[in-house]
Design a binder for this molecule. Structure first.
Ligand code: GLA
Length: 656
């Protein structure tokens, strides 16, 4: 049994954030501890970007400052998530060992002066990373403040350089064994690309025109695997020293570079960084999507490793959070399964690239609104921690998502650059979120038998095993709704005969898929009872098999926009939000799926976690919510009978 988040939290919600005290004089540290205790901070992540401080020259070790901090945290009753500093090598490394620096597809070297300038394939980088990890684990493995290991930070680099090219060839030989197999999988007969030697194969570097899609797909797979190797190498070192301490590495939300299903299986704790735009009217739902995805990867409680207490500094225009929004989105994460609510970062920096990125303690200091709201939240989380942690969320609906399909579908030679998978996923998740249906995510090859409804926004690439799985699911009594461009390609990104897997066509009652008709940005297509966006398809239904909702007017007049064959649905366009919500709500009802709570006002989110019912008002106006029966509200302690009013961004946590 691997250790879990519970080992670090011990019945409390972990609350705190990245702490970069090396940026501050030591006098500030005492003040930090005072404020942390005042805000009920119980966890800090130390050392994420401390490599040059720890190893100022090759092989040197400067642990004194970290020793003092570990002790200080322990004395303050604050646990430490200790990071390996390997996301930002010191300048000397790139200077002395240029082989540690990655190269982009155009051959440009990424140098020090920013961060993440390491080549995942560099033997030198890996040697230095292993050495510092080993020494950190040996020194702090038995320190009483240590609660968790945080490996690297947001693994996200690509490398097209020579050492990566050699590693790519090794990876391909392992996968294909023979050049014939590779040539066949990559379709190299097209444009005279046949390989006669492994040495002739390169990463998909800058080329005159469109690159081979199967080569690009394999390079994405390879990159995810190489980064994962970097992670597991460090993970195994810390595990050797501390087998009972959980290990994590933080994901970026819905980030294209890592196959997060595979990665999550290698972590003890799944953690994510989440920064919805405070000005985005869909910010709450976008957050919910990432929270549902992360919980599903964790198969239980997960860690919100980073969020912002105020503005970030990497959008075009960066807005602070309105009063109450930080609390709302933090409690939303808890409602959706988080047992840790943390931030980037504790104290806002005065120097460096992120000095305008918020911290829990902003430039305004302890009397500033940001810290005051953080403090209030810390007290509230402490109040509900023991009632919440460890408890599960039960969902009858699963959305399927797969990184390999995303990678293949994103190739530059696709039919429409308007189709962006994260936006398609968001549209379908939004429909379920607004219909108050509890939703998990799953991989297309996962066991789906526990779900009453499975929704596929888009799986352009489906392996044979995934197609088998979907058929087994429907034949076993499940209800399936698939969006457009699903089942088009096999796992080598070879288009399936007929443009969609034949067994899926049969399942939906599609005789012929004549043409894909993508729509321009903002263009809509009339369908009976609603408008479609983004995409449409010229489909001929199998006569007498499926019931259909037709397109109206235009090229596709009378042809099916939606096909419905028994428990299998196919939606060949992206219905406008209200229409998609109504469609999914009615299919869900037919499949026996009930909303979390009936009759909720617009903008109110309801989530059941364990015994508790969370109600969250995403609006700025007060709303009254009917909650039949008697309850106790845990944040404020009041009794609630029959109904309650939630103020602007208000949250209630009810126990019946
Ligand atoms: C990421 C990183 C942090 C910080 C934040 C800023 O999540 O992990 O180090 O740069 O972004 O939003």
């Amino acid at each position: 049994m691997r250790p879990t988040l519970a080992a670090a939290g011990r019945g409390r919600i972990l609350f705190g954030g990245d702490y970069n005290p090396e940026q501050w004089p030591e006098e500030t540290w005492q003040d930090d501890v005072r404020l942390m205790k005042d805000a009920r901070v119980n966890s800090v992540t130390l050392g994420v970007f401390s490599w040059s401080k720890l190893e100022p020259e090759p092989g040197a070790r400067e642990f004194g400052w970290l020793d003092r901090l570990m002790d200080l945290m322990h004395e303050g009753g604050i646990g430490v998530v200790l990071a390996t500093p390997t996301a930002s090598p010191p300048p000397w490394m790139g200077r002395l060992h240029p082989d540690t620096l990655p190269r982009d597809a155009d051959g440009r070297t990424e140098v020090w002066g920013g961060r993440q300038h390491f080549s995942h394939s560099s033997a030198t980088y890996r040697r230095y990373a292993a050495a510092i990890t080993e020494d950190l684990a040996a020194r702090y493995g038995t320190h009483p403040a240590l609660t968790m290991w945080h490996i690297n930070n947001e693994y996200c680099t690509f490398d097209y350089g020579d050492e990566a090219a050699a590693a790519f060839r090794r990876w391909l030989r392992e996968k294909y064994r023979t050049l014939d197999a590779l040539n066949s999988a990559w379709g190299t007969a097209f444009w005279s690309q046949g390989y006669d030697t492994w040495d002739g194969i390169l990463p998909p570097r800058h080329a005159h025109y469109l690159k081979n899609p199967a080569q690009v797909l394999d390079f994405r797979r390879f990159t995810s695997d190489m980064l994962l190797e970097c992670f597991t190498a460090e993970r195994d070192i810390v595990r050797r020293h501390t087998p009972h301490t959980p290990v994590t590495s933080n994901f970026m939300p819905l980030w294209i570079g890592q196959d997060a299903w595979r990665w999550a299986e290698q972590e003890d704790v799944v953690s994510v960084d989440l920064y919805p735009d405070p000005r985005d009217p869909l910010g709450g739902q976008r957050g919910a999507l990432v929270q549902d995805l992360t919980r599903s990867q964790a198969r239980g409680p997960w860690m919100l490793m980073e969020q912002a207490a105020g503005p970030v500094n990497w959008r075009g225009v960066n807005h602070p959070k309105s009063r109450g929004l930080n609390r709302l989105w933090s409690l939303q994460a808890v409602a959706r399964g988080a047992d840790a609510v943390c931030y980037f970062q504790w104290r806002q920096s005065r120097q460096g690239a992120e000095k305008f990125h918020s911290g829990m303690v902003s430039h305004a200091g302890e009397h500033g609104r940001t810290y005051q709201e953080v403090r209030q939240l810390g007290h509230e989380l402490a109040r509900i921690g023991s009632s919440v942690t460890g408890s599960q969320i039960v969902s009858d609906v699963a959305i399927l998502h797969d990184w390999h399909s995303w990678w293949a579908g994103a190739h530059e030679g696709r039919l429409s650059a308007e189709v962006d998978l994260p936006e398609v996923l968001t549209a379908w998740h939004r429909a379920l979120w607004e219909a108050h249906l509890a939703t998990d995510f799953a991989h297309p090859e996962h066991d789906l038998s526990g779900y009453r409804l499975v929704v596929v926004p888009q799986l352009y690439l489906l392996t044979d095993a995934a197609v088998d799985n979907l058929l087994r699911y429907v034949h076993g009594g499940g209800t399936l709704v698939c969006g457009f461009l699903t089942g088009v390609a096999d796992e080598d990104d070879r288009v399936r005969p007929g443009g969609m897997d034949a067994r899926l066509r049969e399942l939906f009652g599609i005789r012929t898929l004549h043409e894909w008709w993508p729509l321009e940005a903002g263009e809509t297509v009339e369908c009976e009872g609603f408008r479609g966006t983004l995409w449409s398809e010229e489909i001929e239904a199998e006569p007498g098999v499926a019931r259909t909702v037709p397109y109206r007017g235009g090229e596709l007049d009378g042809l099916p926009a939606v096909l419905h064959n028994g428990r299998a649905w196919y939606v060949s366009t992206l219905p406008e939000p209200e229409a998609l919500r109504e469609l999914l709500a009615s299919v869900a009802e037919g499949a026996g799926v009930r909303p979390v709570l009936a009759g909720l006002p617009d903008g109110v989110e309801a989530v059941r976690r364990g015994e508790l019912l969370f109600l969250l008002n995403h609006g700025r106006e007060p709303v009254t919510v009917e909650v039949p029966g008697d309850h106790r509200e845990l944040l404020g302690g009041e009794k609630v009978t029959g109904s309650l009013t939630l103020g602007r961004y208000g949250v209630a946590v009810l126990r019946s």
